[in-house]
Design a protein around this ligand. Structure first.
Ligand code: BDR
Ligand code: CA
Length: 316
């Protein structure tokens, strides 16, 4: 069985990625590592603990990661993040806090230990800023050759960013960290906005969760409706909300959901386009491609997998 680590800034779509992973019998979610972004680190960790409890999986351990990028002294949640994910990150839905705490071990050490233990069976899925994995690669560079794979949500190959014309949110929070990961030579698949903005959810699907009559179903429906409503204001032309982070989880479970191009990427860290994901010019002719970039997604198949897995999980 593949082992999965989700590295989350637990907002709404991160919570849906947890649900997707827990609804996938092919993989074992061995831990959640917390980062900052949609919410502060502490709030994201709290959300991850509460959500795994609510979904009937209190065995999933949660580890605290770094609370801001290495180029800043602190982190503040942007107004737009609170508008899209709610002040508490989960659509301002109230769920009971867990009686559990985050583990003593740091996220960075947990990631390194997990690579040493599971090697090629381990897939690491960052769906927030890449600060934790950049720190892990700095501390134990050899993990780039030992890990099974990394499936990250961030950036874009073609479309404009969602922070500004060239930057996507997860990359923009810590472009330097993403650049370290992209240039590390680790086997990574980038799931960018190109593909995630094709996978959309509407009130019709969330109603199916509400109709289950379970606590988990009600939570998922209420939380996701908040997020859909925010998309109606910020991106009305889409007709639904973007399933960014669940698509990364989906590809970690089943890589055939997307078509990929093999390109060694980097992130602009200087100048006006800081935060742009782009091909590494020095590596264009390098026959050794360590990165893949999603260029297409089987939308109906993914949406079907997404609904089936999460609905089965929320039914219990
Ligand atoms: C990404 O940014 C966050 O707001 C979402 O959770 C997702 O990971 C989309 O750009
Ligand atoms: Ca996220």
């Amino acid at each position: 069985k593949k082992k999965l680590i989700l590295d989350l800034d637990t907002g709404v779509d991160d919570a849906l990625a947890i649900s997707y992973a827990l609804g996938s019998p092919e993989v074992e979610l061995i831990g959640i590592t917390g980062t900052y972004g949609n919410v502060l680190l502490e709030q994201g960790v709290r959300n991850a603990l509460a959500i795994t409890d609510l979904l009937g999986h209190p065995e999933v351990k949660v580890y605290k990661g770094l609370s801001h990028s290495s180029t800043t002294d602190s982190f503040e949640v942007l107004d737009i993040s609170a508008f899209i994910h709610g002040k508490n990150g989960i659509g301002d839905v109230d769920i009971p806090d867990s009686s559990r705490e985050a583990e003593e071990q740091s996220a960075v050490d947990f990631i390194i230990d997990a690579v040493k233990t599971y090697g090629k069976d381990l897939i690491y899925v960052p769906t927030g800023p890449m600060t934790n994995i950049a720190a892990a690669l700095a501390k134990a560079p050899e993990i780039k050759d030992e890990i099974g794979g990394i499936v990250l949500m961030g950036g874009a190959l073609t479309v404009p960013g969602n922070v500004n014309a060239w930057t996507e949110a997860n990359i923009s929070q810590d472009p330097d960290a993403a650049n370290i990961l992209f240039r590390s030579g680790a086997p990574a698949t980038m799931i960018g906005l190109d593909v995630t903005l094709q996978t959309l959810l509407t009130y019709k699907e969330t109603q199916q969760w509400r109709d289950l009559g379970t606590k988990a179903g009600a939570f998922l429906a209420d939380m996701t409706d908040f997020y859909i409503k925010a998309y109606e204001t910020t991106a009305p032309h889409l007709g639904g909300c973007g399933l960014h982070d669940p698509l990364a989880a989906g590809v970690a479970v089943d890589p055939s959901l997307v078509n990929t191009l093999a390109i060694n990427m980097q992130v602009d860290v200087e100048g006006a386009t800081r935060g742009r994901t782009i091909g590494n010019p020095e590596k264009l002719n390098d026959p050794n491609k360590t990165m893949k970039v999603a260029a297409g997604v089987d939308v109906p198949r993914f949406l079907n997998e997404f609904m089936t897995r999460i609905t089965n999980l929320a039914r219990q």
